[in-house]
Write a protein that binds this ligand. Structure first.
Ligand code: XMP
Length: 513
């Protein structure tokens, strides 16, 4: 694998990961590091270029993140975006001020110099702006390469020093020629060839795993989700039967899901590995009996999962490696630390303290989610597994409001299966980011034939979202919803009402608990 590297230096901007993804889409491997990484360490990584991200601060506030000015004289090509641009201006003797009016949203930009970053951009174009401070005067040695009515320096460059700055966000899709600007930087300024490919990643990772594991044994918690499935297949291709996968069926999976996972990874499947399915459904229902508080439920499910996994691991005995399906967004350390925790997300595969292993192995730790899927396809994993919608670790436990019981699980599984079937029939399954049925804790009066019923209400949820941090309720055609409603009330015992959840996030969350 070619290892051209571009580093995104994170100053707390909300688009830091997006920048890294754009760079990788351009075929160059990219890592995100916090602005606290010392210059010496940065240089040791031998990057072809460095991109400084935006951030919420003002450069002239001394408490704001700054960086060693030697960086700008290092000869490594630099691109500053938004706050990163202002930091360059401020550090190199230009002036940064608070603009008379903030610029937010799509903004018309006039390009003043098309020689380099803007070579594939029209003279007038639209870019995404989101700033209050602006560069009022470029530092000596810099040429202004774009402006807007508000921003005298929407972009500037000092080509001799290899330092470039843009006030707008080229990484955001609203920026009409943003990708071209980034690619000019990556190819023309940094001189990258752009040959980082998934195929080579998969091959080299398999080699690395083989070299690392040797004759050792590895243990993997398999949930059937995309990440753990791809991790398991990568491991299996590398070390075959030296790998054991433990799949805990906690009874909170979607309809038939346990059997589907077994069909792919079990003895009748096509992968070489040891597969252990633990049917622990009743154990989880027993633990959850009488518990209604959402965080308490999440905690119980998480802990019980680890207990079950630990018991299996004990039967297997000591292993050398524990496989984790950690992906890159999980390990990127933000420039400014974590934001508030709304829900304690439990990912199946969370670290069991008590399993006897020497080392953790994280074969996907360098990949973003879409890259994990591409790796999955490259490995020949069935498409329905690779493109599965997200499913929370605590499973249906957070889709059943209030106490979880086996009966409620059955109801929500059946309703959800009907919903998924009809969404697929209507051809909407690829376009809706996440959709599922949940069980409200509400029973209400209805009439079925000549009889009064007093049954549960099922809620249908569907969201359109880019990153699951914010989401909109999806507009599903009325006819499709009616078909789903008709089928659920007729086919699922115990349900006499179907509701559609219109709430966006915020203020709602995607899951119900
Ligand atoms: P919320 O409900 O927080 O969900 O708006 C955002 C996204 O995260 C998924 N989710 C989880 N994923 N473990 C996970 O791996 C969890 O505990 C968990 N809780 C929510 C949810 O399905 C949605 O995609």
């Amino acid at each position: 694998m070619s290892r051209e590297l571009i580093i995104v230096l994170d100053f707390g901007g909300q688009y830091n990961q997006l920048i890294a993804r754009r760079v990788r889409e351009a075929g160059v491997y990219c890592e995100v590091h916090p602005y606290t990484m010392p210059l010496k360490e940065l240089k040791e990584k031998n990057p072809k270029g460095i991109i400084l991200t935006g951030g919420p601060n003002s450069v002239y506030d001394m408490k704001s993140p700054h960086y060693d000015v030697e960086l700008f004289k290092s000869g490594i090509p630099i691109l500053g975006i938004c706050y990163g641009a202002q930091l360059i201006a401020w550090s190199m003797g230009g002036t940064v001020e608070t603009a008379p009016v903030s610029e937010y949203g799509k903004t018309a930009i006039t390009v003043d110099n098309k020689d380099c970053l803007f070579k594939d951009v029209e003279d007038e174009t639209v870019m995404w702006m989101s700033h209050t401070d602006y560069i009022a005067k470029a530092p000596e040695g810099f040429t202004v390469t774009a402006h807007t009515p508000v921003c005298p320096v929407a972009a500037m460059e000092n080509r001799d020093a290899g330092v470039f700055a843009v006030q707008f966000h080229p990484e955001v899709t609203h920026s009409v020629r943003g990708t071209e600007v980034l690619r000019s930087f990556i190819y023309d300024v940094c001189g990258c060839a752009g040959d980082w490919k998934m195929e080579s990643f998969v091959e080299s990772t398999i080699e690395e795993i083989r070299a690392k594991v040797g004759n050792g044994k590895a243990l993997c918690a398999l949930s059937g989700g995309v990440d753990s499935s791809v991790a398991a297949v990568l491991m299996s291709k590398a070390i075959g039967k030296q790998l054991t996968c433990v799949f805990v069926d906690h009874g909170l999976l979607r309809k038939d899901e346990g059997d589907e996972v077994e069909a792919v990874f079990g003895p009748d499947g096509e992968y070489e590995l040891n597969f252990i399915r633990v049917n622990a459904q009743q154990r989880f229902y027993d633990k959850l009996a009488g518990v209604t508080e959402p965080e308490a439920k999440r905690k119980i499910i998480g802990e019980e999962f680890i207990r079950v996994f630990e018991e299996e691991a004990k039967k297997i005995g000591a292993v050398d490696f524990l496989v984790q399906g950690t992906i890159y967004p999980d390990i990127i350390e933000s420039g400014l630390g974590d934001s508030a925790v709304i829900k304690s997300h439990h990912n199946v595969g969370g670290l069991p303290d008590y399993v006897d292993f020497k080392e953790i192995i994280e074969p996907l730790r360098l990949l973003f989610k879409d890259e994990v899927r591409r790796a999955g396809l490259e490995l020949g994993i069935p498409e329905y597994l690779v493109f599965r919608q997200p499913f929370p670790g605590p499973g249906l436990g957070v889709r059943i409001i209030g106490e979880v019981t086996a009966e409620k699980c059955r109801i929500v599984q059946e309703a959800d299966a009907i919903y998924r079937e009809e969404i697929a029939k209507a051809g909407l399954d690829k376009s809706i980011n996440q959709y599922f049925a949940a069980l409200t804790n509400m029973r209400s009066v209805g009439v079925m034939g000549d009889f009064r019923t007093y049954d549960y209400a099922v809620a249908l949820r569907a969201v359109t979202t880019e990153d699951f941090m914010t989401a909109e309720a999806t507009e599903i055609p009325w006819q499709v919803l009616q078909t789903v409603m008709n089928r659920i009330v007729n086919e699922v015992d115990g349900v006499n009402r179907v509701l559609y959840d219109l709430t966006s996030k915020p203020p709602g969350t995607v899951e119900f608990e």
